[in-house]
Design a protein around this ligand. Structure first.
Ligand SMILES: NC(=O)C1=CN([C@@H]2O[C@H](COP(=O)(O)OP(=O)(O)OC[C@H]3O[C@@H](n4cnc5c(N)ncnc54)[C@H](O)[C@@H]3O)[C@@H](O)[C@H]2O)C=CC1
Ligand SMILES: CC(=O)[C@](C)(O)C(=O)O
Ligand SMILES: [Mg+2]
Ligand SMILES: [Mg+2]
Length: 355
């Protein structure tokens, strides 16, 4: 394990150099990795493992869209694709990749198949950390660990296919076999992680729930909506408001931040922009700090997990979710975005050749 300096703080990191794929294949050679659930993380992790030569099977409900998707992706019914219970029985490592709410429902079935020496793998600290809400308490004689890719399962797969790798966190909750560390590290590399950083279940879920409600998803939509509203109310057109709020950020500026940090992005903008950004960023930090503190509190007290369980356990949760996503999609800002995206040269049909 490498110790690396992150802004002055030393942390443990596992890299592909010290734990190459060949080592992961060696550690997992006698294991059957059963990926239970084929939603977003399921396909990314199962396909990457398959392409990495790991003995992976998928457990999914028959007669479902996701069963058909697994077949289309190359999993073979009766060989590498099974009903959930059969996959649970065959697997020596159970990757529990149902939605966090659905994991509660299926838990009694999963528990039944967790015989001594098997491993229970999560991609989130949710079920274990909030066990008073989820009822997920594994038997003592199995390994329990997580690898949480820090991004969508869709990106995990896409980046793997591009020869890149998403970073993941990993944590061990229970080491019953004495092999939890090598098992979890091997799985982390096998699912396509670029590198693995160490955490524990509670820290993973607290930071993850904060991040997705905060800057990664919730706060960013909120700040986009506020700026767009101000520009529109002052008479700017939708295209101008959208371009100045979203398009420029995603297409031009964020790639520069990703490449080399915020100061690099600033350095590549005008001195006028730099002056303004340097003057204003602290005001935004101070204005949002109380909201972020409330958010963290809401996560740590279990309010956010309870809300997620309550809403995502309802039978009609998908319809309700779709209605909320539709509202976002049909808002003027994102409709303007749709037109803007269609105008990107790479999204335009090739011009007709004039003879
Ligand atoms: N979506 C993502 O990219 C990320 C997800 N995670 C974590 O990974 C885990 C899996 O998340 P997702 O892939 O988003 O799950 P998901 O919401 O896509 O659902 C996964 C599967 O569960 C199945 N399912 C739902 N209810 C079921 C039930 N009652 N019985 C049997 N199957 C049922 C669905 O058909 C689907 O195939 C969660 O712990 C999540 O927090 C972590 C990082 C990112
Ligand atoms: C993609 C990811 O890591 C999230 C946002 O935390 C999630 O989907 O739960
Ligand atoms: Mg996350
Ligand atoms: Mg999350």
């Amino acid at each position: 394990m490498a110790k690396l300096n992150f802004g002055g703080v030393e942390e443990n990191v596992v890299t592909r150099d010290e734990f190459p794929l060949a080592k992961a294949q060696q550690v997992l050679k006698n294991e059957v990795v059963a990926v239970i659930g084929y939603g977003v993380q399921g396909p990314g992790q199962a396909l990457n493992q398959k392409d990495n030569g790991i003995n992976v099977i998928v457990g999914q409900r028959k007669n479902s869209k996701t069963w058909d998707k697994a077949v289309k992706d190359g999993f073979v019914p009766g060989e590498t694709l099974f009903e959930i219970e059969e996959a649970l029985q065959r697997g020596t490592i159970i990757c529990y990749l149902l939605s966090d709410a659905a994991q509660i429902q299926l838990w009694p079935t999963v528990k039944k198949h967790l015989t001594a020496g098997k491993a229970l793998y999560f991609s989130h600290g949710f079920g274990i950390t909030f066990n008073e809400q989820t009822g997920i308490v594994p038997p003592k004689d199995v390994d329990v660990f997580l690898v949480a890719p820090k991004g969508s399962g869709t990106s995990l797969r896409r980046m793997f296919l591009q020869g890149r790798g998403l970073n993941s966190s990993y944590a061990i909750f229970q080491d019953a076999t004495g092999k939890a560390k090598e098992r979890v590290t091997a799985l982390g590399i096998a699912v396509g992680s670029g590198y693995l950083f160490e955490t524990d279940f509670k820290k993973e879920v607290y930071s993850d729930l904060t991040g997705e409600r905060g800057t990664l998803m919730g706060a960013i939509q909120g700040i986009f909506a506020a700026q767009y509203q101000v520009l529109r109310s002052k008479g700017h057109t939708p295209s101008e408001a959208f371009n100045e709020t979203v398009e420029e950020l995603t297409q031009s500026l964020m790639p520069l931040v990703a490449e080399n940090g915020m100061d690099w992005m600033y350095a590549n903008c005008s001195t006028t922009a730099q002056r303004g950004a340097l003057d204003w960023w602290k005001k935004f930090r101070d204005a949002t700090l109380p909201v972020f503190n409330d958010l963290y509190e809401s996560v740590a007290t279990g309010k956010e997990s309870q809300r997620s369980i309550d809403s995502n356990s309802q039978v009609d949760y998908r319809e309700k979710l779709e209605a909320e996503l539709k509202e976002l999609r049909e808002s003027e800002m994102w409709q303007a975005g749709k037109t803007v995206r269609s105008l990107r040269p790479e999204n335009q049909k090739p011009a007709e050749v004039v003879a």
